[in-house]
Design a protein around this ligand. Structure first.
Ligand code: 4G3
Length: 243
């Protein structure tokens, strides 16, 4: 996958894109990343990229003409052009999975109070938010999106399909995990995990995932793919709480 970011702060991406999994994905040729400086497309001797809003009021708006030139320079084909903004559809595992199947993404990072509305009409094909809060710019949102998407590209995570085991992949939160040592300040490890009974371990993990989701994010259970045994277990949790 090729990801091209349009930003006023291309240097913000250097650390995130050069460490850990992102670097491995780039090294393996699974991810091609570049950041383009919007200011290079200002077409103005002062390198101006923003202006005050028509109709007055505070703040500055990113100019549509400048952003259009930057997008056209990045876009030789029909790649999706995604604006990161608080008004976008909210990023979820399902959205990340769909984006991970694209060959190319162009990510547009806004700053200031936003972008000229005509940019949306002319060049933006999708608008995504990483959650219901405002950031000073779209850069951190773009990095979150890139990380969530890149780890789902086949071959990026070590184990094949590792991304399918995470919280949210099957609509449930993950249950608890343990590793050595067997005791930490008097706290031990559930016996089932050291029992060697693989079927029992699988059943325990499923139940712990159901319990955690029920306790912390019960609304997720409405959309999760649940078996008859899952539903019976959840009914037992609800009955135990009722006493
Ligand atoms: C307003 C994304 C602000 C309009 C960007 C861009 C939060 C998110 C910005 C615009 C952002 C988010 C920049 N803040 N929740 N700020 O994903 O186009």
């Amino acid at each position: 996958m090729k990801i091209e970011v349009l930003t006023l702060f291309p240097d913000m991406f250097a650390g995130v894109m050069s460490e850990g999994m992102m670097w491995k994905a780039r090294e393996r040729g699974l991810l091609d990343f570049s950041a383009r400086d919007i200011r290079d497309y200002s077409g103005d001797k002062h390198r101006k990229v923003d202006d005050s809003p028509y109709g007055g009021g505070g703040g500055m708006i990113l100019k549509a003409d400048v952003l259009l030139r930057a997008i056209e320079a990045a876009k030789p084909d029909d790649a999706p052009v995604i604006l990161l903004s608080p008004q976008g559809r909210v990023l979820t595992h399902q959205v990340a999975e769909a984006l991970s199947r694209q060959a190319r993404l162009i990510l547009v990072c806004g700053r200031y109070e936003g972008v000229d509305e005509r940019l949306r009409e002319l060049a933006i094909t999708d608008e995504i938010s990483i959650g219901d809060y405002v950031l000073t710019g779209g850069e951190l949102a773009a990095m979150v999106l890139i990380d969530a998407v890149a780890r789902l590209i086949p071959g990026v995570l070590g184990a094949e399909g590792a991304g399918q085991r995470d919280s949210h992949a099957d609509g449930l939160l993950e249950g608890p995990h343990y590793t050595r040592p067997p005791e930490v300040r008097g706290l031990t490890v559930p016996d089932v995990l050291t029992s060697g009974h693989h079927a029992e371990v699988a059943r325990w993990r499923r139940q712990e995932a159901l319990k955690r989701t029920w306790q912390r994010r019960p609304e997720l259970l409405k959309r999760a793919d649940l078996s008859e045994a899952d539903r019976e277990y959840l009914a037992r949790l609800a009955a135990a709480e009722a006493d």
